[in-house]
Design a protein. Structure first.
Length: 319
């Protein structure tokens, strides 16, 4: 139905007219774009918002001289029953969970990869709760299928220490989230990976940062012996890590950009700030942009051949 209306300027105009007749703000129907995350959720939301207009359009469009006839089909064939409207509402409620999460990632202007773990775990919890509710019994099979996919994505995150480290480097979270929500074994594995990365950085940058460390005796080292048994890493590096983890969590309402926070605390935490510069620079929503670009090339919307030819022409014109 959406594709048919959008394909005809006359049908689009008539749908807008029907929206006004039903007291609705005329809004263009949204297409589903396979490579654009959340577009199906947006499509359903727009349809639900325009329910009265959709129903009326399907009833009267075939008889209107202002709307071109469809080939081998009628607009009345797209009439949605009341039970189907109820089903669409349930589907939208389920899809709204990942849609809101994805929108939050895409709208941020600073690095967001640290949010991957809490976001996926919250989404999994929400879908598991929905799957148990009688309200969603008719689409439980679909929720279960998506939960299985979600667990595969989570497994990919679990195989990389990057996400744990990025979360630990957020001064409003540090390791409190994993301590409270993870089994101790998984939390400790994350800490081991974090310590190894920390030791590696402290050894690489020892000449530049050792002069910034005072000669105060180190406190008890919760992390145990360092990978390197001598020099800066064994004497002072873990002191810096302990000091950071022991410090109170920062106010999340005041710290909106962890990267900026680390820039302001680079002299206090020289090793950790270097790790933060590398790890927190990773964007959580870059993959969507790459997928859209890939789809553009596959669909012929973007042509590398044409771009190269155009660049060569501009270069020759300049010469």
């Amino acid at each position: 139905f959406v594709n048919q209306v959008r394909a005809s300027p006359q049908a689009k105009s008539y749908f807008s007219k029907v929206c006004k007749e039903e007291g609705l703000k005329p809004l263009e129907l949204i297409k589903w774009v396979r490579m654009r995350w959340g577009s199906m959720c947006d499509l359903i939301k727009r349809i639900l918002d325009n329910k009265l207009a959709v129903m009326k359009f399907c009833l009267v469009a075939d008889a209107s001289k202002k709307v071109p006839k469809l080939r081998n089909k009628e607009y009345s064939d797209y009439m949605v029953t009341e039970s189907e409207w109820q089903l669409l509402e349930l589907i939208y409620e389920v899809l709204a969970e990942p849609r809101e999460a994805q929108a939050a990632f895409s709208s941020e202007t600073y690095s967001t990869v640290w949010r991957a773990i809490p976001t996926l775990e919250f989404l999994q919890e929400r879908w598991e709760t929905m799957a148990k509710q009688p309200k969603f019994a008719s689409i439980k099979f679909a929720i279960d299928a998506e939960l299985e996919k979600l667990r595969k994505w989570y497994k990919a995150i679990d195989d990389s220490n990057m996400y744990f480290i990025c979360l630990a480097l957020d001064p409003t979270y540090k390791i409190e989230y994993t301590k409270r929500n993870w089994d101790d074994r998984y939390h400790q594995n994350g800490m081991i990976a974090f310590r190894k990365v920390f030791d590696s950085y402290s050894e690489q940058h020892q000449p530049q940062i050792s002069s910034n460390i005072s000669a105060a005796p180190p406190s008890a080292n919760r992390a145990g012996p360092s990978v390197s048994q001598g020099g800066y890493a064994s004497a002072f590096a873990r002191q810096e890590l302990d000091d950071y983890l022991d410090a109170p969590l920062e106010d999340s309402e005041k710290i909106t950009d962890p990267v900026h926070w680390w820039g302001a605390h680079s002299s206090q935490y020289p090793v950790l700030s270097r790790i933060a510069c590398d790890y927190l620079a990773i964007q959580g929503a870059t993959f969507e942009a790459l997928q859209i670009l890939k789809s553009g090339y596959q669909d012929g919307i973007v042509s590398a051949v044409e771009e190269v030819a155009q660049a060569a022409k501009e270069s020759s014109d300049t010469d």
